[in-house]
Ligand binder design. Structure first.
Ligand code: SAH
Length: 348
C-alpha cells in the first residue's frame, strides 16, 4: 500500500495495469480540488480503476486522536497518531483578518534540544514522511472546509526541525504549492529553522519564493549557546553569512523569531546586540513571549513582561529594523510547541 499523494507510484500503478496516464489528472482533481476521500466516490473513474486504487492506495495513514478548539474559537489543535503509534500535532490558527494558518510538524520529536522547547525534551523519534506532512495539511483543509473556510498559510513550526528532514519537507511543499494539487501560494508557506545552514542554502535554490523564519532567540554566540545546542555546529557568523547569501539570492526578507524569556534572553544589552546584528539586513523580528506551558513546574523560565518586550522593539525601531510582538494563541489548549504530544508521552 502507498499514499495517494505519491504521484509517481500512482502513475506507475495505472500504467502497469494498462491505464492511460490522463487518469491521474482525474485522481488529482478528485483528491485536491473536490476533496474526495473515498476512491469509490471518484465518479470520473471507471469502476476498475477505483478498485485498483482501493486495493493499493490509502488517503490517510494518520489518525486524529483529539481535535480541541480554544474557547475563543480561533485555534484548533490536533493530536495525531501515526501508523506506528507515534504522536504529533498540528494547529489551525484562524486569524481575525480571515486568513487561516496551519502549523505542521516535520518530525516526531526533535533532536535539537533547545532548552526552552517542550519538543526538545522528547528527543528525536523519527522523521515524518512527505505524505504524513501532506496528510496534516489535508486534515486541516477538510476541517476548515466544514466551516466553509479555506487554508491560506502553512508554517513549518510544529514539532521537529524541518531542515533535518529536508527531502520530505521539499516533497510536501511541492504538493502544497502544485497548481494541480493544493495550489497554495509559495509565499504563504513559511519554513522555520533553528539555523541549519545546509538547509538554508538548499531552500534558497529549491524554493526562492517560500518564506524563511529563523529561530534566533539570542543575539550573541554566548547567549545563544546557553539555550540552543545548534550554536556549536552553526555559530552565528556562519548562520548570518548563509542568511546574507539567502537574501542576495532570493531578495526576500527573513523573519527572525526571538523568544522573550525573563532574565535570559531579554537583558537590555541584548536589545542593542540584536539591533547591531540586524541593522542594515533585510529582516523582520517576531518577538515571542516564552510559553511556559505544561511541564512548567520543573522549568525556572518565565515570560518577559510586555513592557520589556516593547523596549526591545523600540531599540530595533531606532535602527530601522521592523518587528512584531506576537500574541500567543491557544494557550488554554496547550497549542504551543510540543505541549500536548509531550503530555501524551509522559502519561504513557
Ligand atoms: N525547529 C524549527 C521549527 C520549530 S518552530 C525551529 O526551531 O525554528 C517552533 C518555534 O517555537 C521556534 O521558533 C521555537 O524556538 C519556538 N518555541 C519553542 N518552545 C517555545 C516556548 N516554550 N515558548 C515560545 N516559543 C517556543
Amino acid at each position: 500500500m502507498f499514499s495517494i499523494h505519491d504521484e509517481s507510484a500512482v502513475i506507475s500503478l495505472l500504467e502497469a495495469n494498462g491505464h492511460k496516464k490522463f487518469r491521474y489528472a482525474q485522481i488529482e482533481n478528485a483528491v485536491y480540488k473536490n476533496l474526495i476521500t473515498d476512491f469509490e466516490k471518484i465518479e470520473t473513474l471507471p469502476k476498475e480503476i477505483r478498485a485498483l486504487l482501493s486495493e493499493n492506495c490509502y488517503f490517510m495513514s494518520l489518525s486524529v486522536k483529539t481535535a480541541v478548539t480554544s474557547d475563543d474559537g480561533q485555534t484548533t489543535k490536533f493530536l495525531i497518531e501515526t501508523k506506528d503509534n507515534k504522536f504529533l500535532e498540528a494547529v489551525i490558527m484562524r486569524h481575525l483578518s480571515g486568513r487561516n494558518t496551519l502549523c505542521v510538524s516535520s518530525q516526531v520529536g526533535c533532536p535539537m534540544a533547545c532548552t526552552f522547547c517542550a519538543t526538545g525534551k522528547l528527543g528525536l523519534t523519527r522523521n515524518l514522511e512527505f505524505s504524513e506532512i501532506i496528510e496534516q495539511i489535508m486534515i486541516a483543509v477538510h476541517h476548515l472546509a466544514k466551516e466553509d473556510k479555506k487554508l491560506r498559510n502553512v508554517v513549518y513550526m510544529g514539532m521537529g526541525e524541518p531542515f533535518l528532514n529536508y527531502e520530505n519537507v521539499k516533497r510536501s511543499i511541492e504538493i502544497a504549492c502544485g497548481q494541480k494539487k493544493l495550489d497554495l501560494s509559495s509565499r504563504r508557506i513559511t519554513v522555520s529553522t533553528c539555523g541549519i545552514v545546509p538547509g538554508i542554502n538548499k531552500i534558497a535554490e529549491d524554493f526562492p519564493q517560500v518564506s524563511l523564519a529563523i529561530s534566533l532567540h539570542a543575539p550573541t554566540d554566548e547567549a545563544r549557546s546557553a539555550i540552543m545546542p545548534v550554536e556549536q555546529t552553526y555559530p552565528l557568523d556562519k548562520l548570518m553569512a548563509a542568511l546574507d547569501a539567502y537574501v542576495t539570492k532570493t531578495n526576500k526578507r527573513i523573519f527572525y523569531e526571538y523568544i522573550m524569556i525573563n532574565g535570559l534572553t531579554d537583558r537590555p544589552e541584548y536589545a542593542h546586540a540584536l539591533a547591531n546584528l540586524l541593522k542594515g539586513r533585510l529582516a523582520h523580528v517576531n518577538f515571542i513571549p516564552y510559553n511556559p506551558g505544561e511541564g512548567s513546574s520543573d522549568s525556572p523560565m518565565q515570560p518577559t513582561s510586555k513592557i520589556m518586550i516593547k523596549k526591545f522593539q523600540d531599540t530595533l525601531e531606532a535602527v530601522g529594523v521592523p518587528s512584531t510582538i506576537r500574541h500567543t494563541m491557544g494557550d488554554d489548549i496547550d497549542a504551543a510547541c510540543g505541549q500536548l504530544a509531550l503530555k501524551e508521552q509522559e502519561e504513557k
